[in-house]
Design a protein around this ligand. Sequence first.
Ligand code: 3SL
Length: 245
Amino acid sequence: MKLFVYHTPESTPTDCTPDCAVVIDVLRATTTIATALAAGAEAVQAFSELDHLFAASEAWPAPKRLRAGERGGAKVEGCDLGNSPLDYTRDVVLGKRLFLSTTNGTRALQRVAAAPAVIAAAQINRDATVNYLQQHQPAVVWLVGSGWQGGYSLEDTACAGAIAAPLLVAGSMEAGNDEVIAAISLYQQWQGQLVALYHHASHGQRLLRLNCEADLDYCAQTDTLDVLPIQQEPGVSQLDSAVLA
Ligand code: 3SL
């Protein structure tokens, strides 16, 4: 297996697709997706554009849908929820389809939607992601950070390093680009202090200004959810039954 890290969706190649794309938006979209599915949501359907979200969700039975929208860290007007994973409790999401649009994370998912396997990964389901890659051994894997509007995000690259490190140590993967080694170094430097890293990160600071400190604490937890959101049809993620079994 050959592993590539891309810090942003914009830096991924446009002339090819990997066998497996792992999209990372630790703060907060992929953390929210994993949390919602772990809490019993039926599926998460991701949109880069809000008007597409509203049009698609209109066709879904109202009692079975939740609209979730975030722009600039804040909840979008007209949506049921924003993008705080702490809001995605079992009583809120059970059996419902989540129609989700966020500033960067859902755009990153859309960017790699043509790959045969697309996973949503974060710190909280890091181990489930590593196990999937070890079991399935896709030949070419991209770890794609969502970043912030085209720029690099510390928390996403640190999570890419957290996924890459055990794969390289086990010898089951080789680094395909220098970014893999840089991501591992970043993770190794901060692994015991992820909350502190997120407080340094520009998006972490944006969320702190929005009084979302508890979100940073939640998103920094490692390997707490044994769930793997995997794309079942373009844009639609559900739990991988192999992880549940
Ligand atoms: O950029 C995104 O997709 C979001 O995850 C940003 S936020 O954490 O909800 O502000």
